[in-house]
Design a binder for this molecule. Structure first.
Ligand SMILES: *Cc1c(COP(=O)(O)O)cnc(C)c1O
Length: 472
């Protein structure tokens, strides 16, 4: 597969270059495959539905081409995914896709674990380690740390703002040993990010150490997220009649979004033939994308803090990929958009719990409320001409091409549940009165020793530390 650049279509690189560079430094653009090949119809229409790893291998194949032979790709996928994504019915026309079965209990495990193994594969012939530097405000760091832990040839240094992340998040970051370590910086997330960015541009450091990043714009994190869209849409297509008694319902996927990497992966799956009719772009109060879809004007803005904090993004970087794939008109046909403020998030967790018995996390809660409202009247009102004010939470005034399917009760929804509710126990308890039970792997991490290393917010000290502690 050839990869081009969202800002310069004359760029053509291979998969290895796209993965190891992360982004195109000379244009500031993001890598994107030149095409999204359709999966074989025989494969997509198999009954029973192929298993998750089989789907993963078939979907990854065209993107790695002959750069990773099939046998090696199968090993990478098997090693990356000892866990699965699970489809759970909530009511006749709603499913949740649980994406928290990985080691850090958030969907980012799917992308980060594939990326780590692909980077290790491409680094195997080098005789020096590749040093990954990552600044985190919480969730990304733990997914990356866990994904790269004990992966040969790779070494990870995580920077996080001391005192500004949750107890669970800090434990998840600071208790690694071996090739992964965490520096707790006396500063903010932006300070951490600045230290990392400065390191990447420091000639002396670059001459001694091979440095790379692992952030969410890397194409090798986006591609594997498309696997679970394909898998879940095939599973739901197969079982939907039994649950809903609707003949061939339209499948709508509801995606709680921040940086819009996850939703972009959904678009890739649809291009490859996943039976998904449309998407709901669901956000918290950081409603840059819903506003864009409603008004046609894109205005990035500073992020605001919410209960669904992994979605606190005011300038989503994958917007650039979305507009390189589709026109605004096409986006408006495919997407409904919806946003929810903090009190709406609490209400939604409570509502989902009372209606279905299911404990949903604050991110998934945005998706639950979006789908519930859409199918119980919000879309009908919109079609009938009653428009919601875009500055108020709710469905934004855009009528997608699939609106009539929902209005006529011919649709089912898949809500992506992006994190385990126990990661946000206090918020969930505030809503339901019950503390979610910690899964075993989170409980174990809480008992581990904190090994974080204190670091001043000072580039020369950071640099000195890197020279003294990282192997060339
Ligand atoms: C990162 C994250 C999101 C947002 O995903 P994007 O790809 O940035 O849109 C949603 N929920 C959780 C729990 C996350 O960690």
């Amino acid at each position: 597969m050839i990869y081009t650049d969202t800002r310069d279509k004359s760029v053509q690189v291979d998969f290895r270059t796209a993965v190891l560079n992360g982004m195109n430094k000379s244009t500031g653009g993001l890598y994107i495959p030149v095409s999204f090949p359709k999966l074989d119809a025989g494969f997509i229409n198999k009954t029973p539905v192929p298993n998750f790893r089989e789907i993963a291998v078939n979907m990854a194949k065209p993107y790695v081409g002959d750069e990773i032979p099939e046998g090696d790709l199968i090993s990478i996928i098997n090693d990356a995914y000892p866990f699965l994504a699970s489809v759970m019915p909530l009511d006749r026309t709603s499913y949740v896709l649980e994406l928290f079965n990985g080691p850090t209990c958030a969907f980012k495990d799917f992308g980060a674990r594939f990326m780590a193994r692909v980077m290790s594969y491409f680094n195997k012939d080098e005789n020096s380690p590749l040093h990954i530097l990552v600044a985190t405000s919480g969730d990304t760091g733990s997914a990356v740390g866990s994904a790269f832990h004990n992966v040969p040839g790779l070494d990870v240094t995580i920077l996080y703002p001391e005192g500004k992340i949750s107890k669970i998040q800090e434990k998840q970051l600071s208790t690694f040993d071996g090739n992964v370590r965490a520096l707790k910086v006396k500063g903010t997330f932006d300070d951490c990010q600045k230290l990392v960015k400065t390191a990447f541009t420091d000639e002396e450091l670059r001459a001694k150490l091979r440095l790379s990043s692992a952030n969410s714009i890397n194409i090798s994190r986006l591609l594997p997220q498309s696997f679970y869209y394909m898998y879940s849409s095939l599973v739901v297509r197969e079982r939907a009649w039994g649950d809903s008694k609707i003949d061939s319902p339209a499948i709508i996927t509801i995606v709680p979004s921040g940086n819009f990497g996850n939703l972009t992966s959904g678009l890739i799956a649809k291009e490859m033939g996943a039976p998904i009719t449309g998407f709901v772009a669901a956000t918290n109060s950081n409603r840059t994308v819903p506003d864009w879809i409603a008004t046609g004007e894109y205005n990035a803005r500073p992020s605001v803090a919410t209960y669904a904090n992994a979605m606190d993004v005011g300038a989503p970087s994958n917007y650039e990929r979305i507009i390189s794939m589709y026109s605004l008109e096409k986006v408006r046909e495919l997407f409904a958009s919806y946003w929810l403020d903090d009190s709406g998030i609490i209400d939604s967790i409570k509502h989902c719990y009372e209606k279905t018995g299911y404990t949903i996390d604050p991110h998934g809660a945005v998706g639950w409320k979006a789908w519930y409202d859409i199918k119980t009247g919000a879309m009908k009102n919109l079609v009938d001409g009653v428009k919601n004010d875009i500055t108020k939470p709710g469905l934004t005034p855009n009528i997608p091409a699939w609106a009539d399917k929902v209005v006529n009760n011919q649709a089912v929804g898949i809500i992506l549940e992006t994190a385990h509710p126990a990661k946000f126990g206090e918020t969930v308890k505030q809503a339901t009165g019950q503390s979610p039970v910690l899964p075993d792997r989170l409980e174990k991490v809480m008992l581990k020793e904190d090994k974080s290393i204190p670091m001043d917010n000072d580039f020369s000290k950071f640099k000195e530390w890197l020279f003294e502690n990282l192997k060339a």
